[in-house]
Design a protein around this ligand. Structure first.
Ligand code: ADP
Ligand code: ASP
Ligand code: MG
Length: 411
């Protein structure tokens, strides 16, 4: 008999209170009774992870990352136990596990650990006993047996990785919206649910701010071609399938609009216009683990040039420290920061084969008098840095300009 394993992941809002936990339990039990072996990955209840982080910062300005992981992992441990109990009341056998217990091995990078291996032996044994297996999302263990976490939104990664390890027929991601939309439905009420989206587009959208899936989880899903179904835990409707290829892909120029508000811009003035300057600045930032996003260098005048780049806001203190040090060493001028920016992006595979997409985006911004401060493009995306105060409006404007709304056809 072929085994039919399903991995279901329920996000924090899906298990925010006891009633919701019971609803999730019901859904899990129904899946089992339809003849599937079910592995469930759960996030911490509601906003627990944020609350735990707040707590840590009330105790200290600089919590140890190892201890942060120890603390944050407790959130998911609560939800797995509660879900198992709720399933027991429905007459099914369920057993809950931490990441460590089911062999989710990571490297030692606390708070954003990378998966090294999953030894699914214990899960397979429990499934064979006809039990529902519930695994704490977002956490693993390193070679020293220290608890690690996989970065924010990391339960998605746990689910995708388990689906791959168990060769599950599908990885269902249950969340508080009905699927992946053409833009964040909270920001753009007209946003339309996509029936399907390719891994490549979802990876870009997730990396560029679409919170609905963690970017790293899509990276893994793409590599191993894990089929993902993003859907609502509050309805039975079909959601969005994330797969390798999508019908009529080339006809879809733009699939979605995304926004990142946690960006900050750094400018180094009067950088000497000679070889090796950028290498020194960005080399040192990279050595210190700072991920630089967009870079713009102005045309040089009188032997000096201004250099601007963006980083995520959280990295701003370390970025400033390093950049000021390098600037003074290479004889550059002042280093300034600007936290009032946001990055707006459009993503679509059809950009590979259609021209005029950037022009259309810029024209729409111009009509609304929204100034573009930086631009970067890749094969399937265009990003613009703009003032944060215009960001929400800009998303709606661009969404409309590409005809992505509910009644309009995607162009
Ligand atoms: P969970 O707790 O279930 O993991 P998240 O809060 O991480 O849920 O992700 C779901 C949220 O992602 C939605 O509530 C929605 O506001 C946001 N979101 C942002 N962009 C998109 C998009 N393009 N499509 C769907 N949801 C999006
Ligand atoms: N609870 C973790 C977070 O809030 C992991 C997750 O929800 O995916 O980031
Ligand atoms: Mg999430």
């Amino acid at each position: 008999m072929t085994r039919r394993i399903i991995v279901q992941k329920y996000g924090g809002s899906s298990v925010a209170n006891p009633e919701r936990i019971q609803r999730v339990a019901q859904r899990v039990v129904e899946t089992k009774r339809r003849g599937r072996e079910v592995v469930v990955v759960v996030s911490a209840l509601g906003d627990t992870t944020d609350e735990l982080i707040d707590l840590a910062y009330q105790v200290t300005h600089q919590p140890s990352e190892r201890e942060l992981d120890m603390l944050l992992a407790t959130g998911e441990q609560m939800s797995v136990a509660l879900l198992a109990m709720a399933i027991h009341t429905m007459g099914e056998d369920a057993v809950s596990f931490t990441g460590a217990q089911v062999g989710i091995l990571t490297d030692g990078t606390h708070t954003k650990a990378r998966l090294v291996d999953i030894n699914a032996k214990r899960i397979v044994e429990e499934l064979a006993k006809s039990r529902i297996v519930i695994v704490a999302g977002f956490q693993g263990v390193n070679l020293n047996q220290d608890i690690t976490t996989l970065g924010r939104g990391g339960s998605d990664l746990t689910a995708v990785a388990l689906a791959e390890a168990l060769k599950a027929e599908v990885c269902e991601i249950f969340t508080d919206v009905e699927g992946v939309y053409t833009a964040d439905p909270r920001l753009v009420p007209q946003a339309r649910k996509l029936d399907t989206i390719s891994y490549d587009e979802m990876l870009e959208m997730a990396s560029l701010g679409a919170q609905v899936m963690q970017a790293r989880s899509i990276f893994v899903a793409k590599r191993f071609e894990v089929p993902i179904h993003v859907r609502s835990s509050f309805s039975l409707r079909e959601g969005t399938m994330i797969t390798k290829t999508v019908k009529a892909m080339e006809d879809i120029v733009v699939s979605g609009v995304t926004l990142q508000k946690d960006e900050a811009k750094v400018t180094v003035r009067d950088v000497p216009d000679k070889p090796g300057m950028a290498a020194q600045i960005f080399g040192e930032l990279a050595t210190n683990g700072v991920n630089v996003d967009m870079i713009v260098q102005n045309v040089s005048r009188e032997g000096a040039t201004d250099l601007s780049f963006t980083v995520v806001k959280g990295d701003l203190p370390v970025t400033l420290r390093i950049t000021r040090r390098v600037a003074s060493r290479i004889g550059a001028g002042e280093v300034t920061t600007d936290e009032g920016v946001a990055k707006l992006s459009i993503v679509g595979i059809g950009m590979r084969s259609h021209s005029g997409v950037a022009a259309r985006m810029f024209e729409a911004m111009a009509r609304e008098r929204i100034n573009i401060e930086m631009i970067s493009t890749s094969e399937i995306k265009i990003s613009c840095v703009i003032r944060r105060q215009h960001a929400d409006r800009a998303v709606r404007v661009i969404h409309h300009a590409f005809g992505l709304g509910r009644r309009a056809r995607r162009r």
